[in-house]
Ligand binder design. Sequence first.
Ligand code: NAD
Length: 244
Amino acid sequence: MVLENKKALVTGASRGIGRAITDLFLAEGAEVWGLSAGEPEDLVARIGGAGGRLHWLRADLSDLGALEGIIGEALKEAGGFDILVNNAGITKDNLVFRMTLDDFRKVLDVNLSAAFALSRVVGRDMIRRRSGSIINMSSVVGIHGNGGQANYAASKAGLIGLTKSLARETASRNVRVNAVAPGFVGTDMTAGLPDKVKETMLEQIPLKRMGTPGDIAAAVLFLASDASAYITGQVLAVDGGMFM
Ligand code: NAD
């Protein structure tokens, strides 16, 4: 088990990619603090199944004022996190000229500013302890852009800038910061896309399938574990070869 005795904070842990990360971390021996806006329906069963190694934080990442306090309390309870995964994210898609300023800001707040706020609180403690791994969930859209997703793409590009800057600031203290850029993954976020859009996207994927949450979780596990001890400031695309 590669995460034995490690403590991890994972945002957006209730479903999709964050849930797969949480389950894989637990299976690899970690103690996990999952965070989401609401509680998953099967939370009691999940906590029971994890044998005391799963804790839950209910917090709205768009409430940036309250966030640092909530995370500070969790940090105290945990006695420090070895791993932070800023995974939670939302979309509010529209063409730029139809997108409201409010929808632009909301996506930036949840996807980017919350990651900044959490990294400040958790990262400061990692620096003090001279150890830690932060993983930010970007997207291929943050590298290449996507019509109809200017807010989302800007937030995901911003996460890459945050990742590389923080990696430079923390490397001398043995704190690593990396990003994962998933392609097209089967979760609630993509479930509502019209079939035509899904077909077009599949045509662009050399591996000829959508990614699974497990595909992304495996990459996050690698970056969280000591197997990637000499890797920092990188963006790992997990996209079935969509962009080479
Ligand atoms: P999802 O919609 O299935 O899950 C999102 C998670 O984020 C949920 O746990 C939800 O509770 C949490 N969340 C959303 N808003 C929140 C808020 N205000 N406060 C607290 N928690 C909040 O999404 P997913 O597909 O699992 O995506 C996870 C991450 O991966 C996101 O950052 C997303 O942008 C990124 N991503 C997904 C895909 C994809 O194809 N699904 C592709 C590239 C990147």
